[in-house]
Design a protein around this ligand. Structure first.
Ligand SMILES: NC(=O)c1ccc[n+]([C@@H]2O[C@H](COP(=O)([O-])OP(=O)(O)OC[C@H]3O[C@@H](n4cnc5c(N)ncnc54)[C@H](O)[C@@H]3O)[C@@H](O)[C@H]2O)c1
Length: 259
């Protein structure tokens, strides 16, 4: 079950966080890994027995080279995890500047676009492509304009690619994580992370390993009837308002009302 034995897998953003947790999990499941990142991490290469291809995913040429390297090294390609991404500059729409906006779209949107475009040329029929979007691509927050725009675009690209590649039996899905404990959130203060935990029905932020297990399922043949989906993994946030929030609001209102 969930076997990835001898499947050749490209993972972008593999040097850290969700990509790293996915690489470690996939290697235990028997996959042959091609690890891509803009920053080198020899530890992930050693720990997984994969090959590392330094890649800036915003460059079409470099992503084309990544996919060609995977096939020339391992002879085939079965799974692509287009996961590399950045948070970019947060700020209200009134303050968004073109260069900062373009940078987030170049990495988060074009990284996935080039991964699908050049990956699809090589991936075997029946293969699986998983893109990392975000819960912020489904539901926004003040100050998240650039990031939300990029992740909504990833969801749109995922659906289009799923339709275009379905005749070859290639499935394309994306995942929409809520806040996950990875270095991408170093900019967030302790208060923001505590608030996120409070707003999450399960009462905590997620772990990269928990996201990797969803990616694993989508990569495996066990998810063979799933394509074109944007799957939230966010501790219950999209289910509605949790008891933690209701309790907190009741306390606040009780304090406000006269005795
Ligand atoms: N952690 C979260 O809270 C969260 C929530 C929702 C979605 N995501 C998404 O998950 C994905 C992985 O992020 P993470 O949380 O593991 O963060 P992370 O910072 O730990 O990992 C991101 C990796 O992407 C790499 N990267 C950045 N720009 C790149 C580029 N141009 N080319 C190649 N590699 C590049 C980084 O070097 C890093 O290794 C991202 O797409 C992110 O937007 C994260």
């Amino acid at each position: 079950m969930f076997s990835l034995k001898d499947k050749v897998v490209v993972i972008t953003g593999a040097a850290s966080g969700i990509g790293l947790a996915t690489a470690l999990r996939f290697s235990k499941a028997g996959a042959k890994l091609v690890l891509a990142d803009i920053s080198e991490n020899n530890d992930v290469e050693k720990a997984t027995g994969g090959i590392f291809v330094k890649t800036d995913v915003s460059s079409e040429k470099q992503v084309q080279n990544l996919m060609e390297t995977a096939v020339s090294h391992f002879g085939r390609l079965d799974v692509i995890v287009n996961n590399a991404g950045i948070a970019g500059t947060m700020g209200e729409i009134a303050d968004i500047e073109q260069a900062a906006f373009d940078l987030v779209q170049n990495v988060n949107v074009k990284g996935v676009l080039w991964g699908i475009k050049h990956g699809a040329k090589h991936i075997a029929d029946g293969g699986s492509i998983i893109n990392t979007a975000s819960y912020a691509g489904l539901s926004s927050f003040p100050g998240y304009g650039s990031y939300t725009a990029s992740k909504s675009a990833v969801i749109g690209l995922t659906k289009t690619a799923a339709l275009e590649l379905a005749p070859r039996g290639i499935r394309v899905n994306c995942i929409c994580p809520g806040t996950i404990d990875t270095p991408i959130n170093v900019g967030a203060g302790e208060l923001e992370l505590a608030l996120t935990s409070f707003l999450t029905p399960l009462g905590r932020i997620g772990l990269p390993e928990e996201v990797a297990s969803l990616i694993h399922f989508l990569a495996s043949d066990d998810s063979s009837y799933m394509t074109g989906l944007a799957i939230p993994i966010e501790g219950g946030v999209s289910a509605g308002i949790g008891l933690g929030i209701i309790g907190g609001l009741c306390e606040m209102l009780e304090k406000r009302s006269p005795a």
